[in-house]
Design a protein around this ligand. Structure first.
Ligand SMILES: NC(=O)c1ccc[n+]([C@@H]2O[C@H](COP(=O)([O-])OP(=O)(O)OC[C@H]3O[C@@H](n4cnc5c(N)ncnc54)[C@H](O)[C@@H]3O)[C@@H](O)[C@H]2O)c1
Length: 248
């Protein structure tokens, strides 16, 4: 397993099912993870669980739809550590509302959390990556951003497609500073996010997955560890699809 000894990370959505698995793996690999989420109880229990690990986890109860909260969180990390090496943009919401039904407020909220927030978290973190001339930005996109959505609201799939464009922009813009930017696009995963998917829809999706099951949160971890590692400094602007063959 890659060592992340001495690395400082920020993980948004760290209390989520996938975010927690990534945080666990990073902390076990020796990183200090600044774990950001709106769910304070789940953050608290994650910190307790990881208290004996090689790395550290520091909770930030932060609503990333609020730009001032993003900046306060990153400022606080900057004061403590001076540098950030790894950023996982993982927080998201996933409404299922169709174009016929969606209201402007839901569109705005989805794009604000899923696309605008990763943009501004990254903007705030870039100076802290430049200082060490080493950085890994990892955006959690989705299969939905590639195929136009599966049961999800178009706002969700559009936000996830936007993250892919953003990843490529960052890869070009940040390359001179030793910072890479890549995305992970999970297929349909068994997490809280998909609990609200209608049963019939889920059965249809399952049939479309050659490996015959939904992704588990732990399936996403190897891609995150790989992209965060020292050894992958020549990989940038790419997307790793973790989907059991659901999209290829
Ligand atoms: N579950 C899937 O099928 C699937 C598929 C493809 C991509 N993804 C992506 O994986 C990532 C993790 O999702 P998950 O499945 O673990 O779902 P999850 O709901 O368990 O995790 C999402 C986390 O984001 C947090 N969050 C939401 N709004 C926030 C805000 N305003 N500020 C801070 N945190 C906020 C939530 O509290 C939650 O802990 C997301 O980016 C999601 O889009 C999931």
């Amino acid at each position: 397993m890659a060592t992340l000894d001495g690395k400082v990370a920020i993980v948004t959505g760290a209390a989520g099912d996938i975010g927690r698995e990534i945080t666990r793996a990073f902390v076990k690999a020796g990183a200090t993870v600044n774990a950001c989420d709106v769910e304070s109880k789940r953050l608290e229990s994650l910190c307790e669980e990881l208290s004996e690990s090689p790395g550290k986890v520091i909770p930030y109860v932060t609503d990333i739809s609020d730009l001032s909260a993003i900046n306060a969180m990153v400022d606080s990390v900057a004061k403590k550590f001076k540098a950030v090496h790894i950023l996982i943009n993982g927080a998201a919401i996933c409404p299922l509302t169709s174009i016929e039904e969606i209201e402007e407020s839901e569109w705005d909220k989805t794009l604000s959390i899923n696309l605008k927030a990763p943009f501004f978290v990254t903007k705030a973190v870039i100076p802290l990556m430049k200082t060490s001339k080493w950085g890994r930005v990892i955006n959690i996109s989705s299969i939905s951003g590639f195929i136009g959505g599966i049961l999800t609201s178009p706002a969700y799939s559009i936000s996830k497609a936007g993250l892919i464009c953003f990843t490529k922009y960052l890869a070009k813009r940040l390359a001179p500073y030793g910072i890479t930017a890549n995305a992970i696009a999970p297929g349909t995963a068994e997490t809280r996010m998909t609990e609200c998917f209608p049963k019939e829809g889920k059965e249809t999706i399952l049939k479309s997955i050659p490996l015959g099951r939904f992704a588990l949160p732990s399936d996403i971890v190897p891609a995150a560890l790989f992209l965060a590692s020292d050894e992958t400094g020549f990989i940038t602007g790419q997307t790793i699809h973790v989907n059991g063959g659901q999209y290829m």
